[in-house]
Design a protein around this ligand. Structure first.
Ligand SMILES: *[C@@H]1O[C@H](CO)[C@@H](O)[C@H](O)[C@H]1NC(C)=O
Ligand SMILES: *[C@@H]1O[C@H](CO)[C@@H](O)[C@H](O)[C@H]1NC(C)=O
Ligand SMILES: *[C@@H]1O[C@H](CO)[C@@H](O)[C@H](O)[C@H]1NC(C)=O
Length: 298
């Protein structure tokens, strides 16, 4: 997108220089350009513009290479340039005057959800079709535009079928190991992608009970999201006791199969907890003692 514009400005500038040469040359390179003079320069660019568009010479256009969203025409309708990708800003009119035009299968729209945030909403390229597609690489692309972007850089990638790929659940965010002091509240998160839709269950290793079972200090919450075809589940333990320590497993299954991931929970007494924090903080920051800032470094 920017190349054609740079090329175009270059043409404008060179035309302007050759026209005004030699009388204005010294003024042109003068650094203290007065405001009045600057206005004139701008006017000249505006009026040259049409002439340039009239003299379209496609053979002088820079090659539009590496366009992951296809090719569009520049503001003169003369040279080809790369269309903008999904999520990039764009010009709402079809004149390609500032941000550029959206590539193929994309539409320039203002996202109304930005309006509430007190931000000035900027038009962006959105994919016209929002159905997911399954790629021959077994990956689900949330829309055809994302698929085409990937296909541009992946040799031989094709569409396997419309809709997401049918797959055993895939754990996108596995639970992470946790350590906390007894009496505190901890929570494990497990995020899964699956189509057909999956369910998530939690178990403590060495125990067949599906949590929370009848344990009142444990609770489990699951909901769809954060993205389409995803499921998130939280296992929360309130009032941590030493007996809660152990390994917890997030198990997800759908019609095609089952996967799991586990994480370890440590429940430490207050003294153990501060020892743990001291030792592991110094590991993290790579120095032994907290710095003494009493010294005067000036
Ligand atoms: C000149 O170019 C600018 C941006 O490239 C465009 O917005 C404008 O409409 C053009 N003016 C004319 C007279 O073609
Ligand atoms: C540890 O417990 C405190 C108090 O309940 C809680 O705010 C904090 O998020 C917990 N930290 C972790 C890593 O779970
Ligand atoms: C610091 O962390 C490591 C690994 O997480 C653990 O094995 C060790 O016991 C911790 N230190 C203390 C003092 O608890």
């Amino acid at each position: 997108m920017p190349w054609c514009r740079i090329f175009f400005l270059f043409l404008v500038l060179s035309l302007r220089n050759s026209e005004s040469f030699p009388n204005n040359k010294i003024e042109d390179t003068d650094e203290d350009v007065e405001p009045a003079e600057f206005d004139i320069v701008e006017d000249k660019i505006e009026s040259k513009n049409e002439t340039l568009c009239d003299q379209c010479s496609p053979e002088l256009c820079p090659a539009a290479l590496g366009c992951r969203a296809g090719i569009v025409l520049d503001s003169c309708g003369c040279c080809s340039e790369c269309g903008n990708l999904e999520g990039q800003p764009c010009d709402l009119d079809s004149r390609n005057s500032f941000y550029g035009l959206c590539g193929s299968d994309l539409q320039c729209k203002i996202d109304i959800s930005d309006l509430g945030l007190g931000e000035v909403p900027e038009p962006q390229c959105f994919c016209k079709l929002q159905e997911a597609v399954c790629g021959s690489d077994g990956r689900t692309y949330m829309n055809i535009c994302q698929f085409k972007e990937a296909a541009y850089s992946t040799v031989g990638l094709s569409v396997q079928g419309s809709g997401p790929c049918r797959t055993v659940p895939f754990i996108k965010v596995p639970p992470r190991n946790l350590v906390n002091v007894t009496g505190s509240t901890v929570a494990f998160l497990c995020e899964v992608f699956a189509y057909p839709m999956a369910i998530i269950e939690w178990r403590k290793d060495g125990n067949d009970v599906i949590l929370p079972g009848d344990d009142p200090h444990i609770s489990v919450q699951s909901r769809g999201g954060p993205l389409k075809y995803e499921l998130s589940s939280w296992l929360q333990i309130e009032g941590l006791t030493p007996g809660d320590a152990g390994s917890y497993r997030c198990v997800s299954h759908n019609a095609l199969g089952s996967v799991s991931a586990s994480a370890v929970l440590g429940a430490l007494g207050p003294d153990e907890m501060s020892a743990y924090l001291t030792e592991n903080m110094t590991d993290m920051f790579g120095y032994d003692q907290p710095r003494d800032y009493d010294e005067d470094y000036y």
